[in-house]
Design a protein around this ligand. Structure first.
Ligand SMILES: [Ca+2]
Ligand SMILES: [Ca+2]
Ligand SMILES: [Ca+2]
Length: 460
């Protein structure tokens, strides 16, 4: 119930209403509703939905019963309810708006009040006071669940009034209203947007205990030993192995740490279109966010069908483009080690339970990046040669019979197809298993110096 503090303003109001009733209706006011959280000031414009010639807000005639309100002629009313002070969940203000002719309209402004601790911060879907990739997991858990719409659909990063959705649950899980980050009353892909918009910058690398050996591994798998500068790289992301499957997985959030010097900014993505997390449902919600300057890539994925999955192996693909000019980034040679590590994981199950790094064996992988631009010499410069080129079946490597030479053949994505020692002065290499295309031959001498030659394989 609204309590009316000042009877004299009420009397004034009654007079105004009587006066207004007899005038031509030039001023029309529409009622307003806004939600406010204790401890947080809120400004709301009550004239936005009213009509009249150059309307001005001239007075707050009544209220509010609790808290405080100030106003400006442009229609803004600024409200504040202090933490810990008494309030009713519904309060009200009656305001007067006046047009240029002096006509006055009376408007009613309903104020919904709740304890600031219970309010929603748009994007903080798991209600832990930080917006990050773990906030995607509740979106998957509560996917397509419905509840009350927030009174004003603001996604501004401040406490937003939102009543509890009150789904029955045996578990201590965060109220679903937090996962409706945009406040429209349904949890779906649209709720990713406030997570992106309000994304926090904090990261705490590697502080959590990890499960280690014996727990399902989360990692990426460079299938090649060496990749080229400039290469487009697609590598599998895996969770669990045949011996140690990952059980009862609904969603997964983690951060990939990478050497930002070696990757083209903005080229990275992690996709989950294939793999065992999606194979039975096809429906996933996922999230990518690259923080290139810090070498961080935040990822989240969740199922949306309310059932967990158990499996092992490939769950997604990590893609990126290596910088094509590594000059100045490589010291003392033509290669550099590129590292990529998953960290800071959060795992959800279909019941809304969470586990963290203690439930996984986080596995880093690295690969040698070979700079093709400047420092790798063509093998002709060493007096070596290969023939024939183009080649159909047998390629011959002609060296000066130097001991300790090895060869490797790579495809354009950096996958090593074939390797071995160069024993003979004219070493034959059988290429019958390789498809027609362009490849890179790399010869490494006993001192580790590398020489390259592009070779073209054609059909017989
Ligand atoms: Ca209004
Ligand atoms: Ca959060
Ligand atoms: Ca929503």
């Amino acid at each position: 119930m609204t309590r009316i503090k000042h009877w004299h303003t009420f009397t004034l109001l009654a007079g105004l209403l009587a006066w207004n009733g007899t005038a031509a209706a030039q001023v029309a006011t529409m009622p307003d509703t806004a939600g406010i959280c204790t401890g947080f000031e809120k400004t709301f414009n009550v004239l936005t939905n009213d009509s009249g010639d150059e309307l001005e807000l001239t007075a707050i005639l009544i209220g509010p019963a609790f808290g405080s309100a100030t106003f400006t002629p442009d229609g803004n009313i600024t409200l504040f309810y202090a933490d810990g002070e008494e309030f009713d969940p519904t309060d009200a203000i009656i305001y007067a708006a006046q047009d240029t002719s002096g006509e006055i309209g009376i408007g009613y402004f309903t104020i919904l009040v709740m304890n600031g601790d219970d309010c929603v911060w748009p994007g903080d879907a798991n209600d832990d006071a930080l917006v990050n990739n773990a906030d995607v997991l509740p979106l998957g858990l509560f996917f397509e669940d419905n509840g009350p719409v927030r009174p004003d659909l603001s996604v501004e990063w401040t406490a937003q009034y939102s009543i509890d959705w009150e789904y029955p649950s045996l578990l201590e899980i965060t109220d679903r209203k937090h996962a409706d980050t945009n406040g429209d009353g349904v949890i779906n892909n649209d709720d990713l947007s406030p997570i992106y918009d309000n994304y926090g910058e904090e990261h705490a690398k590697g502080t959590a205990m990890e499960g280690g050996d014996g727990f399902p591994p989360l990692g990426i798998d460079f299938y090649a030993d060496t990749i080229f500068s400039g290469a487009e790289v697609n590598i599998p992301l895996y969770l669990g192995t045949e011996d140690i499957p990952a059980s009862n997985i609904y969603g997964l959030a983690f951060t990939l740490y990478f050497d930002n010097d070696l990757i083209v900014p903005g080229s990275m993505s992690v996709t989950f279109n294939t793999g065992w997390l999606s194979s039975d449902t096809g429906m996933l919600i996922s999230f990518n966010r690259e923080d290139h300057p810090n070498g961080l890539f935040d990822v989240a994925v969740s199922r949306t069908n309310k059932t967990s999955a158990t499996g092992y192996g490939h769950i997604g693909t990590v893609s990126f483009v290596m910088e094509d000019n590594l000059a100045g980034k490589i010291t003392g040679g033509t290669t550099m080690v590129f590292n990529m590590c998953p960290d800071d994981p959060t795992i959800s199950n279909a019941l809304g339970g969470y586990s963290y790094a203690e439930a996984l064996d986080l596995t880093c992988d690295s690969v040698l990046v070979l700079d093709l631009t400047a420092s790798v010499a063509n093998l002709n410069s060493r007096g070596w040669s290969v023939y024939p080129n183009p080649v159909t079946t047998n390629l011959f490597i002609q060296t000066e019979n130097s001991p300790g030479i090895t060869y490797q053949i790579f495809d354009p994505s950096g996958r090593m197809l074939q390797a071995g020692p160069v024993i003979h002065d004219k070493q034959p290499i059988l290429l019958s298993d390789i498809a027609p295309g362009t490849y890179l031959l790399v010869l490494t001498d006993a001192e580790g110096m590398q020489y390259t030659q592009t070779i073209i394989k054609i059909n017989d």
